[in-house]
Every structure is written in structure tokens, then in C-alpha cells.
Design a protein around this ligand. Structure first.
Ligand code: SAM
Length: 258
């Protein structure tokens, strides 16, 4: 069995208390274990196991102060947040520059970076408290990532962010026709928006014809196996530049989707 404390960053465990968890809180909370992580993601190495364990501890600590997630059981976090997020890893080119739009507590961007350290990661969220969490999380995991507190509609107009990424990722942020307008302006021609969707993926895609044409994209569905249910990543590949009027000003895509 791999010892999670062998990582040089790991803080000392006290009486089995997972690293980073105050004794009082840890005593009423089930710990994340190596077994749970490996049963959800069998290919993790010792360094990655340490990072996901630390991620879990930070997530639960901060979740008691700010609203990050309703999923808190270790086995569910391992499967529904961590393993679900890494499903898209095989769709990212080597060394890809990736922006995670509406990342919340870091999903799917941070787990992707843990299993694919070659990617360059930018995390965008409109909620300041969540961005503070991400800054603290990435620092403690020793992960390089730029954390941006902004609405996607504003960030995608900034030089250095517009049409600057090989891939945009998003999960549980908005309906697909809205999401296309929020994510594809970040993506270079030839890159793709990876939208994590569930059973509704094809239904949502059916009403995206106008959005895809307007934003210069072609979409395909990639069905992935997950123990906990259907996961489809809709991959919208960018074939021509985004017209300068998109994304429209904050809130417009949600009110009047393409
Ligand atoms: N992607 C994460 C996940 O899968 O757990 C978070 C999902 S949470 C339901 C949606 C997140 O998107 C929130 O953190 C919210 O602040 C952010 N968000 C919603 N609209 C946004 C926008 N226009 N620009 C940036 N972030 C946005």
C-alpha cells in the first residue's frame, strides 16, 4: 500500500487525522483514503493520491464556511467530482493551454491538472469567495494555475485570454446554447470547447444549430464510461474565429440564448 505521507509537501498525520483537517472536524468526518481514490481512478500514482487527499481535506474545510459542494462523502467526492473531472483528460492535446469556465471549487480543471501536469491551466469563476478557495488550494497542492475572478463574458474579451486556448472546459455551468457563447470565444481556431454533460447531452445539442453556426463551431458527442452514470462530453471544435460581438454583455446569453 502506498503511504500518502511520503510526499514532501504532506503535513504530518496526527493519530490518523488526514492532513490539513483540524482534529475536531476530522473526528466527525470520514477520511478520504487511498483505496477510495484508487477504486475511482486506478491509474493514480503516489503524488496524485496525495494531491487528491489534500484537495478533499481543503474542500471540506472551506465547505463549512462557503458553499462549494453538496457532495461530501469521500467515496462520492472521489467518483462524482474527481474521477468524473478526469474523464476528459484523454481529449486534451499534450501541453494544451486550458481554461476552465465556471470552475466553482475547481471542477473539472484542477483534477485534470493533477493527472495531466503538462497542461497550462486558467480557472475562471464569477464568485470571489470560490476564487479565493482556488488560490489557496492550488498553492497548497503546489499546482501552477492562474485563478481569475471574472464573468466569462468579460474575461473572454481580455487580450491574452480571447482565442488564446487549445481547450475550454465546463461542467454544470449553463445550458449548451449559453455555454457555447461563454466558452468558445476563449478557444483558438482548431481548438475545442469540452462541455461535460449528462443524459441530456444530445437533446441539448439539438437546439444548438444556430449557436454553432454563429460561433463557427462543429460539435460531436464523446460518450465516456463512468460507474456512476452516463457522462457525455460534447466537443465543439472551432473552425472559424468568433465574431467580435460575442460574447454579448454579461447576462445576455442567458436571457436570449443563440
Ligand atoms: N464547474 C463546477 C462543478 O462542476 O462543480 C462548478 C459548477 S457551479 C454549479 C457553476 C459555477 O459557475 C459557479 O461557481 C458560478 O459562480 C460559475 N458561473 C456561472 N456563470 C458564470 C459566468 N458567466 N462566468 C463565470 N463563472 C460563472
Amino acid at each position: 500500500m502506498t503511504d500518502i505521507t511520503e510526499n514532501p509537501h504532506v503535513k504530518e498525520e496526527r493519530n490518523g487525522t488526514p492532513a490539513g483537517v483540524p482534529d475536531s472536524e476530522a473526528s466527525c468526518r470520514a477520511p478520504m483514503t487511498e483505496e477510495l481514490l484508487l477504486s475511482a481512478m486506478p491509474e493514480l500514482d503516489a503524488e496524485q493520491i496525495w494531491k487528491f487527499t489534500e484537495y478533499y481535506n481543503k474542500l471540506l474545510d472551506w465547505n463549512s464556511r462557503i458553499n462549494l459542494t453538496r457532495i461530501t462523502e469521500p467515496s462520492e467526492v472521489a467518483a462524482k467530482h474527481f474521477a468524473d473531472s478526469v474523464l476528459g483528460a484523454k481529449l486534451l492535446p499534450q501541453g494544451a493551454r486550458v481554461v476552465d469556465v465556471g470552475t466553482g471549487a475547481g471542477f473539472p480543471g484542477v483534477p485534470l491538472k493533477i493527472v495531466r501536469p503538462d497542461i497550462e491551466l486558467v480557472l475562471v469563476d464569477s464568485l470571489g469567495k470560490r476564487v479565493k478557495f482556488l488560490e489557496e488550494l492550488t498553492r497548497s497542492l503546489g499546482i501552477e494555475a492562474v485563478c481569475i475572478h471574472a464573468r466569462a463574458e468579460d474575461a473572454a474579451r481580455q487580450p491574452g485570454l480571447r482565442e488564446a486556448f487549445d481547450a475550454a472546459t465546463s461542467r454544470a455551468v449553463a445550458p449548451m446554447n449559453v455555454l457555447l457563447e461563454l466558452t468558445t470565444p476563449f478557444v483558438k481556431v482548431g481548438g475545442a470547447s469540452l462541455m461535460y454533460k449528462g443524459a441530456s447531452a444530445r437533446e441539448e445539442l439539438e437546439v444548438c444549430g444556430k449557436a454553432l453556426r454563429t460561433l463557427g463551431c462543429r460539435a460531436e458527442c464523446v460518450d465516456l464510461e463512468a460507474e456512476w452514470g452516463a457522462r457525455t462530453i460534447v466537443l465543439a471544435r472551432k473552425v472559424s474565429p468568433t465574431p467580435t460581438k460575442f460574447p454579448r454583455k454579461a447576462g445576455t446569453a442567458q436571457k436570449t440564448p443563440l
